[in-house]
Design a protein around this ligand. Structure first.
Ligand code: BES
Ligand code: ZN
Length: 850
């Protein structure tokens, strides 16, 4: 059992803090186990405040002394903070506390990673640094002095001075404490510079450990592109003289947007052709842009409280998706995002963890940095843009920046800006922010006398705490094709607002083929009776690339579902369609690679579940194997030619075009490996001069159980590179056959390089275990048991990462009674652990309550 009955926080209980914070001065005397933090904070009571309680958050702090206006005081230490009697006029609060960065394995607050000091304060980590009103609506300017013997000592804002053993920083922009950052250590920088549109020169740096300086160039170029893009597209300029990025090895998340001092998980910034795959480069590009874009959407305009998290995260994900679409391929980015949405957000929205993009209650806010807040939050903005149109969208955003700069805002503020800029009533649209669950949209059609009618019925299944749902505004992008393949109606956005609604199209010479939910214009599940012939037609003819992929994806699912349920053979017409597409050199290789990538086994399980069947992971695995083997045989004669044609020659470059070609080449290689005994993959492994091709070859060989030699060679070559070793750990588990998956993972936890305390390494092993669908869900239950044991072990060290990984169990109610009882036993075991963290307790309780 968790220590006490956990406290729940509610959106409806919001009350402003009774004091303004006029300035914050901090002094850090760094020492690994005994860092002293001295704070000097100017508070001013708000004249009209209803609640004048002077409560400062504080956790795991040793209070050395406290003063009010220079006089020593003895505050009342309470759970999670302190209370103090304070004057009714403005006053200065001073405190000295001691903290232990070296003993901080939770990686929240001030901690050490490889002898380097660094911080992570979002969401509520600043309270582990000093006593403070640690809430995002309290904004102030920060002046920071760092004392220590570290060669490099950084904080937010602009440098004020430095000398032997000290450095001072000042951030002129008022900010909430969650954006505070400090870094100190033996670091080297990769410098750069950017001149803003109004001619200000900004110094840029990427700070890394000595030895990693060669892996910064791509990040630096991306940072400059992001800065330029935000000026060009949103008119937003950077606002300090300096922008620093630091890479750290131990980090719970991907990266953090601290003002002027972004801190990155080294996996999300360090890149080189030899050590990073195309997927790594793309991720790094997106995340550097994302954190940079937060400077306006998050930092200059922040959140009033953590319930409003999607105000900054949904919007910033939307913006980084626009950036990626502009830098790379718009349809490919859209398809990738929908794959992720269905893989991560749909299970959440249709299971025990379902919550709206703006939740109304939480115990631990770290548990709400979810796919729903992020990805669905971004989808909601995409729908809003589609409904109001591009011009109105940018008009509303300009108004948002003008009206709310320097403020801590709510979703209401955000929607009001759109209402004022467009004159539109968004009250029904707002339901997207308050209702959980994925809407189902049932489509039926009718054709008579040249008139075609589409009828839509929407409904959303019950979710925890929300049994009934009102109809939402759903932008439904639709086009019509004539039976000969011409588009007879271009894309039109139909606005669904009622539970049931029909739309007619006149003057059609024959019954059209509809292309519905183009570009995936809303995050819904479409239910429509259609035929494989029609899907194949759309795969060949649709002018909307998303829906062309979607038609292929639906065909892939249908054939796999039929294989699982009826033992059917892979659909011949679909195999033919795939073959045609793969050979079609007119088509974008990245698109062909996507069509050639089968839906994941988890996706098939989800589809079966949606249709009322109980998924059998082993059968799903067998069907996937049979399908891929049959496809390889069907393509047998063309594979060598295709392999040669898609091989990218010359020096490696991470651009989208060559990456797309390599993605297709990798798919072809994995098919080829099923037929040639691994000869081509072994040759590719031996000659590869970049990680994308080396890793693709190793993966193909390991999947075929022919990669032992190469796996050892890979280890010998890369054992000193942490990020590459993460790949080595993960790949062995990802490629293992279902009956060997848990044992493979268990053995790797005994490997000398396995390290519980490094989140990247823990995730490499257990993310891969949970991601190997048939292996994790093997009927033995060994996968469940291994994960539970390790989550329990990690919880006392790092609650945040433990709690996030509990989500691997969220789909448990889909499976058969045997698996359910195995999972329930493991969840109960976690829940019953002595001293379990609040984070993990909340997650397992919610999952068990399903
Ligand atoms: N603000 C978050 C980082 C964060 C998340 C801090 C949770 C504390 C708790 C950051 O902007 C972010 O969203 N990072 C994402 C990557 C991004 C590309 C979506 C991450 O770290 O995964
Ligand atoms: Zn973010």
């Amino acid at each position: 059992m968790a220590k006490d009955t956990p406290q729940t926080f509610y959106l409806k209980d919001y009350t402003p803090f009774g004091y303004d914070v006029e300035s914050v001065h901090l002094t850090f005397r760094l020492a690994p186990e005994t860092t002293r933090v001295l704070s000097k904070i100017r508070f001013a009571p708000k004249p009209d405040a209803a609640d004048k309680t002077f409560f400062l958050h504080g956790e795991e702090l040793k209070l050395i002394s406290a003063k009010l206006d220079g006089q020593e005081v003895t505050p009342e230490l309470a759970d999670g903070g302190l209370k103090c009697e304070v004057p009714s006029a403005p006053f200065t609060w001073e405190a000295e506390v001691e903290i232990n960065p070296a003993g901080n394995t939770a990686l929240e607050g001030l901690y050490m990673s490889n002898r380097m000091y660094c911080t992570q304060c979002e969401a509520e980590g600043f309270r582990k640094i000093t006593y403070y009103p640690d809430r995002p609506d309290v904004m102030s300017t920060f002046t920071v002095r760092i004392e220590g013997d570290e060669p490099v000592m950084l904080s937010n804002g602009n440098p004020m001075g430095q000398g032997e053993g000290w450095a001072e920083w000042h951030d002129p922009w008022p900010k909430p404490a969650y954006l505070f950052a400090l870094v100190a250590g033996d670091l080297v920088n990769h410098p750069g510079s950017f001149t803003t549109k109004s001619g200000k020169e900004v110094e840029l740096n990427i700070w890394v450990r000595p030895g990693d300086e060669g892996k910064c160039a791509f990040g630096m170029e991306t940072l400059k592109k992001s800065m330029k893009w935000d000026e060009d597209v949103y008119g937003l300029e950077y606002d300090l003289e300096l922008f620093n990025i630091v890479a750290v090895d131990d980090f719970n998340m991907g990266a953090m947007e601290n003002k002027g001092l972004n801190i990155f998980n080294s996996s999300c910034v360090l890149a080189s052709p030899e050590t990073s795959t195309d997927a790594n480069f793309e991720r790094i590009e997106a995340i550097i842009a994302h954190e940079y874009f937060h400077n306006w959407t998050g930092n200059r305009i922040t959140c009033r409280d953590w319930f409003q998290l999607c105000l900054k995260e949904g919007l910033t994900v939307f913006r980084d998706a626009q950036f990626t679409a502009d830098m790379r391929s718009e349809p490919v980015k859209r398809i990738d995002d929908v794959i992720t949405l269905r893989a991560r957000q749909f299970p959440e929205d249709n299971g025990p963890l379902a919550h709206p993009p703006r939740p109304e209650a939480f115990q631990e806010i770290n548990n709400f940095y979810t796919a729903t807040v992020y990805e669905k939050g971004a989808e909601v903005i995409g729908m809003l843009k589609r409904l109001v149109g591009d011009d109105n969208y940018y008009k509303a955003l300009q108004l948002y920046f003008e009206r709310h700069d320097g403020q801590a805002c709510t979703i209401e503020d955000w929607l009001k800006v759109f209402e004022d800029a467009t004159g539109r009533d968004l009250s029904q649209f707002k339901l997207w922010y308050s209702q959980a669950g994925t809407p189902r949209v049932k489509v039926s059609e009718d054709y008579a006398d040249g008139t075609y009618t589409l009828t839509f019925e929407q409904s959303t299944p019950p979710t925890p705490g929300q049994p009934d749902k009102a109809p939402r505004v759903i932008p439904m992008a639709v086009g019509l094709l004539s039976p000969n393949g011409d588009e007879v109606r271009g894309t039109q956005v139909l606005e669904l607002t009622d539970a049931k609604q029909s739309f007619t199209f006149d003057g059609l010479a024959s019954k059209p083929v509809p292309s519905i939910l183009r570009e995936f214009s809303a995050p819904v599940i479409l239910e429509r009776e259609t035929t494989n012939a029609e899907r194949a037609f759309l795969l060949a003819h649709d002018t909307d690339p998303f829906n062309r992929w979607e038609a292929g994806n639906a065909l892939a699912k249908e054939t796999r579902v039929a294989m699982v349920l009826d033992g059917a053979a892979p659909d011949a017409a679909y195999l033919d369609a795939l073959e045609k597409l793969v050979r079609d050199d007119e088509q974008d290789p990245a698109f062909r690679a996507l069509v050639l990538s089968p839906p994941s086994q988890a996706d098939i399980a989800q589809t079966l579940h949606e249709r009322g069947y109980t998924p059998d992971p082993q059968k799903i695995y067998d069907a996937a194997e049979t399908f891929t083997q049959t496809l390889a045989q069907q393509l047998e004669t063309s594979l060598p030619r295709l392999y040669a044609a898609t091989t990218v020659e010359g020096p490696y470059a991470p651009d989208a075009e060559s990456a797309g070609k390599r993605a297709l080449n990798g798919r072809i290689l994995s098919l080829l490996t099923r037929l040639d005994g691994g000869e081509q993959a072994a040759r590719q492994y031996a000659s590869a001069d970049n990680m994308t091709q080396q890793y693709a070859a190793l993966g193909a060989l390991m999947k075929a159980e022919k990669g032992e030699v190469q796996s050892q060679a890979f280890f010998d070559q890369w054992q000193d590179d942490r990020l590459v070793m993460d790949k080595w750990f993960a790949l062995q588990i990802a490629c293992a056959a279902p009956e060997k998956t848990a044992a493979t993972a268990a053995a790797l936890t005994k490997h000398p390089l396995f390290d519980m305390k490094n989140p990247n390494r823990f995730r490499a092993v257990f993310g891969a275990l949970a991601g190997n669908h048939a292996g994790f869900h093997h009927a033995s239950g060994e996968g469940y048991q291994l994960l539970a044991e390790n989550l329990i072990a990690l919880d006392s060290l790092n609650p945040q990462t433990t709690a996030r990984m509990c989500a691997a169990f969220q789909t448990w109610k889909r499976y058969d009674a045997g698996r359910q009882s195995l999972i329930r036993a493991q969840l109960s075991r976690i829940a019953g652990t002595e001293g379990l963290s609040r984070d993990t307790n909340e997650m397992v309780t919610r999952i068990l309550d399903a």
